[in-house]
Design a protein around this ligand. Sequence first.
Ligand SMILES: *Cc1c(COP(=O)(O)O)cnc(C)c1O
Length: 386
Amino acid sequence: MSDVKARYLPLIQAVRERFPGDGFVPLHAPVFGGNEKTYLSECIDSTFVSSVGPFVDRFERMMEEITGSKFAIATMNGTAALHMTLILAGVRDGDEVITQPLTFVATCNAIAYQRAHPIFLDVDRDTLGLSPDAVADFLESHAEMRDGQCFNRGTGRRIRAMVPMHTFGIASRIEKLIEIGERWNIVVIEDAAEAIGSTWKGKALGTFAPLSAFSFNGNKIVTSGGGGCVVTDSPEIARLAKHLTTTAKSPHAWEFSHDQVGYNYRLPNINAALACAQLEQLPGFLAKKRELSRFYADVCQKAGLNFLNEPVGGESNFWLNAVLTEGRDERDALLAYAADEKIMMRPVWQLMTTLPAFRDAQAMAIPNAQWLQDRIVNIPSSVPAQ
Ligand SMILES: *Cc1c(COP(=O)(O)O)cnc(C)c1O
């Protein structure tokens, strides 16, 4: 323990330097420094606080501009956005969906909502995202094409979609995954919940696959309290997304006619008001987060610590910065040390393959996910005040 303290003292000091004071340093706190109060007042004064209102539309237009995609459809949270992308991809009862065991549980919950079965394949150590090699190996050894559709030979079920996740805003090998998806007729959906503002080869994450989902939860870089959105370039998919997230109501001056089972997933205007004010500050937030991550990277390099950097060829949003410890013992010692210092550090999520809901799901060997789970420690990453 004392060895670990000596080793990580420079990092603890660095955190205190950037987040001064004696108080508790959270992992990621929202910053409200723009038009939040103005827009919220406007929203209340207008009486349009619910799922219809100008801020919802404005939020969607802003997301289209920020991502460079043709359509953004607002939802009440990121989980609802993910659920909607799976519905739009045609995932249904009994289908299988390839995803990664190293993710937030929302990814797998959304698959379960469609009564589909996740298949857990390994991640790459450097991207923390679904490994194209693991996917290709699995499909070669376990799948076959029948009438242009991909089936799992072991279960006989259709493998309909693949959901890679851009962990902490770091780009997964999305282009390769899409190539594999095209070869096997598997729809790729980007879980870009953590990736707003990140790019790969200059293109926004969340715009590579035909469908993707973003989150605006309170712990993300920009927040609407709760919120999400679906992003797509297809006008047909966008129209259906809007229809299904708004109770599948057919347009009419007064009749309540709904042409199928729909969802009440629309983002309320009051949340959208907050989102608009936050999105206006996104470039500034990204710049400050980049500066913070450069500072951490520098401190870690000098101290011989292993800082998790952005990939060559991509720009991360540095939503959550992380260090890689030597193993589980060092990880836990660092977490205890930080807790004593009133600094919030966190391990990565427990692997999905260990959760009661998903531990019976199909999974291949996942050595990289396990290796990362033993080592990742997230460090305070809020947008610094100064
Ligand atoms: C935050 C997050 C979501 C969605 O979260 P909501 O809290 O429902 O907005 C989905 N996937 C990942 C990986 C996330 O980090």
